[in-house]
Design a protein around this ligand. Sequence first.
Ligand code: E4P
Length: 218
Amino acid sequence: MKLFVDTGDVEEVRKAAEWGVLDGVTTNPTLIAKGGKGFKETVLKICELVPGGAISAEVIATDYDTMLKEALEVSSWHPQVVVKVPLIEPGVRLVKTLSDKGIRTNVTLVFTVSQALMAAKAGATYISNFVGRVDDLSTDGMTAVANTVAMVDTYGFQSEVLVASVRHPLHVVQAIEAGAHVATMPFKIMEMMFKHPLTDSGLTRFLDDWNKAGLTIG
Ligand code: E4P
């Protein structure tokens, strides 16, 4: 499974990249606004921090012609840029156009398997299925992920299912169980994935025993 960090904060990207397990970064207009820097500047810095990673940059317009203009602009910034497109009618049309040109896309704001089918048929590289926002409405967001993974497998689509709107490490575990290809998450959730109290207490005991015995390496 690929791990992406979901942020517009370059310092968070820098720290996550240092761990050596980061496959990409997703941004959205809210996260870029929160990052407090320019859109292009932020995206280019992230590309530099995650060499070879897939870096999603979202179009803002909602009409096809302007979306296409924006998509060609952001994809010209760097070969690692993946154009993020909302799942609306002109968005699906745009994904087909970009896919025909060999430009990678990440279709966002996907909540149902029927929406995911439209994205897959248009040639989406990634289908971002939001989970947390559905769970917030007392409904199981992961069901659509599992159904979308099954749909992609059954019909042999090339799209990767990306679990987005992740709220806690259990969502990542459930994404793995559902067979999702990618999970994107806030930096703090990625940090939490390292944690277990038995790891901490176990390490303390190992080191105490070692030091009490006066041992050294080499
Ligand atoms: C995905 O690419 C989105 O940026 C993100 O996962 C949205 O998450 P949220 O529901 O926490 O805003």
